[in-house]
Design a protein around this ligand. Structure first.
Ligand code: SF4
Length: 117
């Protein structure tokens, strides 16, 4: 393997320069999972299989009233007993959706009132 010297001449790569290149490349690869881990958690899509099965919508106002007659306009994820976020969080976890987050203004047929207290 050749590399370009400071004078612009191609020269055979030394074991040291090759090792540095390999380490630099490995560093790049190793930072990708870290960046992904630090990125915000994935959000549920309304088209996700379990979201469709539960009738989940990002906006409780868009829930099909005919299909879900027990739905009330006052019900939304942030006041559901399965909401895992703080009251002011726009997105948070829910026991029904694993690691993906759902919208505070969302709703699904598993909605249950938060216990009083
Ligand atoms: Fe929202 Fe509750 Fe359904 Fe979870 S279970 S998606 S918090 S309504």
């Amino acid at each position: 393997m050749n590399h370009i010297t400071d004078s612009g001449v191609a020269a055979p790569a030394t074991r040291r320069s090759f090792g540095c290149s390999v380490l630099a490349g490995a560093g790049t690869i190793m930072t990708l999972p870290l960046r992904q881990a630090l990125a915000a958690p994935a959000r549920v899509e309304e088209a996700d299989e379990n979201a469709v099965a539960l009738g989940y919508r990002h906006d409780t106002k868009k829930v099909d009233a005919k299909k879900y007659p027990k739905h009330a306009a006052t019900q939304h994820c942030a006041n559901c007993g399965l909401w895992q976020g703080a009251a002011a969080d726009p997105w948070a976890g829910c026991a029904m959706f694993g690691r993906k987050q759902i919208a505070a203004e969302g709703w699904c047929m598993a909605w249950v009132a938060k216990p009083a207290g």
